[in-house]
Design a protein around this ligand. Sequence first.
Ligand SMILES: [Zn+2]
Length: 273
Amino acid sequence: MTADVRWPDGARSAVAVTVNFDGESVERTADPDAPQWGRFSYGRYGAQVGVHRLLDLFERSGVAATFFIPAWDAERHPDVAERVVAGGHEVAGHGYHHEDFSALDIEQQRDVLKRSEQGFERAFGQRPAGWRAPDGLMSAETRSLLAERGYEYESSFPDDDLPYVVATEGSDRLVELPVFAGASDHHYYRAHRLPAVVERAWQDEFDAVHRAGGLFNLTLHPRGDYGSGRAVRIGPIEALLKTVARRDDVWVATCREIAAHTLATAAGAPLPA
Ligand SMILES: [Zn+2]
């Protein structure tokens, strides 16, 4: 572990419930104006069905989640945008149209971030405080660019158990909230794992992270193919949230809250971007 983060109120570990919206922009990246058909509509399933299932679950579990949403998808589905905000969830950036940031130069990345922020102003009436790279892809300059534009945190690197402060160009205020494959749905479902297997795996992963005092950054997708939006796939999430709720030494918080806490309490030098 690289940072000395102590969780609030004597908690031993922290849990962030995050949703990568990954809507129709995923299928439409090549041609945003082309209609979708047949098997190219799993993103639409997520927007029409899957995300509402997740929101229903969060409502009955009393969980405030963080939704990483491409601005194009947020503007295309105002009913979803409205319900996410009304549910008390955080909204954060995930590209304008789920772009591959590793294929963009710095000026193109700046342009996409700007379009995404403008889309957020229109859809949510606010700028995003956080960001997650579409498909986890970015370049060496991306985190410095995020810091320059006033972002408070980034959440794409699987390089630690704990959040840490990134030493970006000109600022030491950007926090990284690490992710890992074992706490994500798509790594399992892309490999056609059964929900019962995912449920077991998440319980084991959470127990281990809790004992180690780390951050369990649960990463969900509402999509109908590799996501958790299908009826049968709600069970593993609900079981995990019940396990978490049974403990009184776990801090469940939004990404923005965890980033603010990290910045306020982290000791030691920031890590290079
Ligand atoms: Zn994504």
